[in-house]
Design a binder for this molecule. Structure first.
Ligand SMILES: C[S@@+](CC[C@H](N)C(=O)[O-])C[C@H]1O[C@@H](n2cnc3c(N)ncnc32)[C@H](O)[C@@H]1O
Length: 443
């Protein structure tokens, strides 16, 4: 049997001219007739790049020295930038990041969907730091360091990054990584906690500690004491997602407000919520502005989660039917409607990857549709959107490639026109692109 030989990487950095940014935020250049993707570089730059790996047809590396800098280059705020994988664009001016994201949306719509919006929307923006109110942090006991590391994974994804603070995390957690590290280090199960999830509402926060081995009474005391000291609720997850339960405090609830609509939503720390609350609020207003629901309109909200768009829509429309696959979120949606005394919503559970066109709620017909699918997009529900009879559709997307694919079908197969599109700055300093698009049915 032939064994693959590990490739010997060049000992010295190589000079590369960067022409563009890849979809994941790396500079793209050429070296010795091969494409090279260089972390920490920008289009128009000449850099010395250390080659760190790659494939037969493509090298990968990181910029060690900038010989000629782009006008868009700025000093990264975080000392761990280039090592921690939490951000990849901190070295790029924030306005240039937005331009990059808008150009990615445009390029995908043109190349994949063969569509162009009639109007480009101004980006939906918020403050670019301390925005991440939900995160999944990795944890690992490292003997050599004598402590548990808590943070994002390193840029190459192999190890947990050894970082002390984080400029994009919500303020409740930004400076608490060492505190979490110390807490885990005091537990008997320090080596059996692979992950901590963080969640923040308006003025309250929680962690979910995933533990692979049972906790002792002393572990529980340590966790309760930490919760009392920090004011952060501690939830435990001994097995799958259904086993999440609160340890401390006895009474606690995560909530966030949507002030423009006078709403307050409750959620559990494991629930899906939009990561960036400021941008979320602006995105909700933008979506409703574009959708223009009237008081007699029936609205269909697909992939509705816990009602983030549903309840604001219900404040403007006649009736909203909201559909979601996760039963716990559907229940949270109903609870949120009750909490806000909203009576014109109907929350339903359905697997939208296999929608049934014969379901009674689809046959009712709708004037407006909003969809906010996961990264895989909404291919399976497009016939349903078409059959609904809706004249306007707002599509909120966290993946410009699947948005472009679905936009192509809506336009070329189902007779909609792409009236407007633009990006939302949901994840500053990362390469993730959130976008919003308005489709109108052609007469
Ligand atoms: C991007 S989130 C949007 C949630 C919500 N609109 C919000 O703003 O909070 C996508 C939602 O789609 C749901 N989802 C994913 N796959 C699904 C499927 N096959 N059927 C129904 N819902 C699904 C997820 O549970 C999640 O709540």
């Amino acid at each position: 049997m032939s064994r693959r030989r590990r490739r010997k990487l060049p000992a010295e950095p190589v000079e590369v001219t960067i022409n563009e940014l890849s979809h994941d935020g790396r500079g793209v250049g050429r070296h010795e007739d091969k494409v090279i993707l260089v972390h920490g570089s920008l289009p128009g730059e000449r850099v010395m790049a250390r080659i760190t790996g790659g494939r037969k047809d493509q090298d990968e590396g990181r910029a060690e020295e900038v010989l000629e800098a782009s006008a868009d280059r700025v000093e990264p705020r975080c000392p761990w930038f280039g090592y921690c994988g939490g951000c990849v664009l901190q070295h790029m001016d924030h306005r240039a990041q937005l331009k990059f994201k808008a150009s990615r949306l445009e390029e995908n719509l043109t190349r994949i969907g063969r569509v162009e919006p009639a109007r480009w929307l101004e980006p939906v923006v918020g403050h670019p730091w301390s925005y991440r109110r939900r995160a999944r942090l990795s944890a690992r006991w490292v003997r050599g360091k004598g402590r548990v590391l808590v943070g994002f994974r390193e840029l190459d994804g192999r190890f947990v990054a050894d970082i002390e603070s984080c400029s994009i995390l919500h303020p409740a957690f930004a400076d608490r990584l060492m505190s979490l590290s110390g807490l885990l280090g005091r537990l008997s199960v320090a080596g059996a906690v692979p992950q901590i999830e963080t969640a923040a509402g308006d003025g309250m926060a929680a962690i979910i500690l995933r533990h692979l081995e049972p906790l002792t009474d002393e572990d529980r005391n340590q966790l309760v004491n930490w919760s009392v000291e920090t004011g952060i609720a501690v939830y435990l997850q001994p097995k799958g997602p259904d086993t999440v339960h609160r340890l401390s405090p006895e009474r606690f609830e995560l909530t966030y407000e949507i002030p423009a609509f006078g709403l307050e939503l409750g959620f559990q720390p494991q629930h899906f919520i939009q990561v960036n609350q400021e941008v979320n609020l602006a995105l909700i207003s933008r979506a409703i502005e574009l959708l223009e629901p009237g008081p007699d309109d029936r609205v269909l909200d697909l992939f509705c989660g816990l009602g983030n768009f549903t309840l604001p829509l219900a404040c403007r429309a006649g009736q909203v039917t909201a559909v979601e696959g996760e039963e716990a979120l559907v229940q949270a949606g109903r609870d949120n409607a009750n909490r806000n005394s909203i009576t014109n919503t109907n929350f339903l559970t359905a697997d939208l990857a296999e929608p049934d066109l014969d379901l009674p709620w689809i046959r009712k017909g709708f004037e407006r549709v909003l969809i906010d699918p996961p990264r895989s997009g909404a291919a399976e529900v497009l016939p349903l959107v078409h059959a609904s009879g809706a004249s306007r559709l707002v599509y909120v997307s966290c993946n410009p490639e699947t948005l472009a694919r679905d936009a192509g079908r809506l336009v070329h197969e189902f007779g909609f026109r792409l009236a407007a599109a633009g990006v939302a700055d949901m994840f500053p300093h990362t390469a993730h692109v959130e976008s919003i698009a308005l489709f109108e049915r052609q007469q």
